[in-house]
Design a binder for this molecule. Structure first.
Ligand code: MN
Length: 193
């Protein structure tokens, strides 16, 4: 009985998804760049647009939406996205939204961030999302770099995921991007709360 805290170096090569699974059991891992698979994983594949809409509903949340096959796959994130890789943010998958909704702002909604993204990893979309492990790279005005959406449970009606910033050059440990940058990227004004 007990546990082991590994220190030192691990040498592992293989498909990115397999490495992800291997490293998920360890804390404080930092990858070194190597030739081959790792470079492939970083480069990614253009996948479409993303938008994050801050929404003052009964429960305040940020709607995180990724374009997948012509619709916006959507997750409600109660605490919002973060650039701190040590922070895992709960994300409840909600109904797909139409692309036209991406431009919507109103009394209770602002466009908090938007841009384009690349799929990462080796599993093609939408299969990666269906399998519950999606790796992608955001190019927004506030959110940049690699992220993971990992399904952890819930039920068929409301699957529960974690939104996690990956450790890369865009990670900002200890930061709180929703507090630092509360404004709409359209009007420059924060959501009325
Ligand atoms: Mn919402």
């Amino acid at each position: 009985m007990g546990w082991v805290r590994p220190t030192g170096e691990i040498h592992a090569e293989g498909l990115p998804d397999a490495l992800d699974e291997l490293l998920e059991g360890f804390e404080e891992t930092e990858r070194v760049k190597v030739e081959g698979h790792e470079q492939f994983a970083i480069r990614g594949v253009p996948a479409g647009v993303f938008v994050v809409q801050e929404h003052q509903a009964t429960a305040h949340h940020w709607d995180f939406r990724l374009e997948v096959d012509g619709v916006m796959k959507s997750w409600a994130v109660p605490k919002g996205p973060t650039l701190d890789p040590a922070v895992k943010r709960m994300a409840i998958q909600v109904d797909d939204h139409g692309m036209a909704h991406n431009d919507y702002e109103g009394d209770t909604v602002i466009i908090w961030d938007r841009g384009v993204y690349e799929q990462g990893g080796r599993v093609a979309w939408p299969e990666a999302i269906e399998r519950g492990h999606a790796v992608f790279v955001l190019h927004g005005e506030k959110l940049h770099g690699g992220f993971t959406l990992q399904r952890t449970g819930g039920n068929a009606k409301k699957p529960q995921w974690l939104l996690i910033k990956r450790k890369d050059d865009e990670a900002r440990p200890g930061s709180d991007i929703t507090a630092e940058r509360p404004e709409s990227v359209v009007t420059g004004r924060p959501l009325a709360r």
